[in-house]
Design a protein around this ligand. Structure first.
Ligand SMILES: *[C@@H]1O[C@H](CO)[C@@H](O)[C@H](O)[C@H]1NC(C)=O
Ligand SMILES: *[C@@H]1O[C@H](CO)[C@@H](O)[C@H](O)[C@H]1NC(C)=O
Ligand SMILES: *[C@@H]1O[C@H](CO)[C@@H](O)[C@H](O)[C@H]1NC(C)=O
Length: 433
């Protein structure tokens, strides 16, 4: 009974476009009809058939009810179409979800490719994209809220209204979940971008370290001994220096490859000065003199001649015992002698200079005594090498690094414009000489 009255009031209110109170209906009166228990009250239209209308008031009421019935039918149609809209929104949501998910996984795959690989093309761009997607979802959510507000103000039958309300709050829940997921995705994207940046930075740092290392050791050559020192000008400031000093020695062998066309004399291929004796060991070809070996400032003339502009391999051995020496050129022993600083021990702790003669340890060079040309494989041993070892080195069948001074890149510094360059292969030097 009361339910019917409320339903009718509601219908009336919808017709007049206002929310009406129980006593707000001016001049109109409604008749309440008894309804048998168990009758479906949700559709007021059903009840109209039971009204026995005879009076004009009843007639009027019937007409009103017929009009209301049409209105309700129209509203039913509206609801059906709104349900369609909801379905469509649902499917769009699902598509959007799938899209975002696949994009997320594609991005993750991108990241794991390799450390120096492509950076994410533009992380801010994709984050913006996500932001737009979220904004559009929020807009849709708002319009659905609006729809719900409109609907709850309207005059839908309570059952349908509740249904719609439930569907709408379901949808709202889904949207909120989706928005939360997108927020999560966005944060993850930020994190991944940060992690990627970190990895890139680490890789760059290790590359930088490696480059610095390479620059330090300067091992730009195939192997550390495959280089030569070029001293192109006769100056008192171009030179090379061996970082290692010599121990005290009672014998030595010194070998090297030389290429020079300087005249008169190729100058000083190397000199070893110690405190108190600038000419502890010197190899020099000066003015019109032949090549000379100085040990403790004593002199021996060597039968060597290399100033033809081609590569030559030379070796000189010396022993304190009788001051005996040997001179080799291109693997052949061309001369020997004795009494060169006999019983003198070679003093330790001096400086080996390539290309200049020292008047004090490590300095006071004289341009007229400078070596002009190229020099390589300067090796020193603290013993006298056998002729067979020397000829094997000279004919390229063997390479022996010196045991007291090995020719390695890291051991040789150049100054004043002297340069290091890659060394021709041994056979090429051999063919040249
Ligand atoms: C809800 O009602 C307002 C005002 O009547 C109208 O502007 C708006 O378009 C309606 N919204 C929907 C989704 O029907
Ligand atoms: C992103 O990093 C922040 C802080 O490190 C953390 O709180 C958050 O949970 C991370 N988000 C994801 C999705 O991993
Ligand atoms: C190089 O010298 C070594 C030692 O004297 C000798 O055994 C070898 O046969 C030589 N090789 C060539 C190709 O001349």
């Amino acid at each position: 009974m009361r339910a019917l009255f409320v339903a009718l009031l509601l219908v009336y209110a919808s017709g007049s476009g206002k929310v009406a109170g129980a006593n707000g209906a001016k001049g109109n009166r409604f008749v309440c009809t008894a309804v048998p228990a168990g009758t479906d009250l949700s559709c007021p239209v059903e009840t109209t058939n039971r009204v026995q209308s005879t009076s004009p008031q009843e007639e009027e009421l019937r007409n009103t009810i017929i009009q209301l019935r049409e209105t309700i039918l129209q509203q039913k149609e509206t609801i059906v179409s709104q349900q369609g809209t909801i379905k469509e929104l649902n499917s769009k949501l699902a598509r959007c979800e799938a899209d975002v998910r696949s994009r997320g996984s594609a991005r993750r795959k991108d990241y794991s490719k390799n450390t120096m690989g492509d950076l994410p093309r533009d992380p801010t761009e994709s984050v913006e994209q996500l932001g737009k997607t979220m904004q559009s979802l929020k807009d849709r959510l708002e319009s659905l809220e609006q729809l719900r507000t409109n609907t709850s103000n309207g005059a839908f039958p309570s059952e349908l209204r509740d249904l719609l309300k439930r569907r709408l709050s379901d949808l709202e829940g889904q949207l909120l979940t989706r928005v939360a997921e997108l927020e999560e995705e966005k944060s993850q994207l930020y994190n991944e971008t940060a992690a990627h940046r970190q990895r890139t930075e680490n890789t760059l740092n290790s590359l930088l370290e490696r480059i610095t290392e390479l620059e330090k050791s300067n091992s730009a050559f195939k192997s550390p001994e495959d280089f030569k020192v070029a001293l192109p000008l006769r100056t008192n400031y171009l030179y090379g220096r061996i970082k290692k000093s010599l121990p005290e020695m009672y014998a030595f062998t010194v070998c090297m490859w030389l290429k020079s066309s300087a005249s008169p004399g190729i100058g000083t291929p190397f000199s070893y000065g110690v405190p108190g004796q600038a000419n502890e060991i010197v190899l020099i070809e000066w003015g019109n003199s032949p090549m000379e070996l100085l040990v403790n400032d004593k002199v021996a003339q060597l039968p060597l001649s290399v100033s033809d502009g081609r590569w030559h391999h030379i070796c000189i051995t010396w022993t304190t015992r009788d001051g005996f020496w040997e001179a080799y050129q291109d693997g052949e022993r061309l001369g020997t002698g004795e009494n060169l600083a006999p019983w003198h021990p070679i003093k330790p702790g001096g400086v080996i200079i390539l290309g200049q003669e020292q008047d004090i340890v490590g300095g006071r060079f004289d341009a007229t005594q400078a070596f002009v040309g190229e020099l390589s494989h300067f090796n020193m041993w603290d013993r006298v090498l056998r002729p067979i070892d020397i000829s094997a080195m000279a004919n390229c069948s063997a390479y022996m690094p010196g045991n007291v001074v090995p020719w390695v890149d890291a051991n040789v510094e150049v100054f004043g414009g002297a340069t290091k360059a890659a060394l021709e292969i041994c056979e090429e030097r051999l063919f040249d000489s």
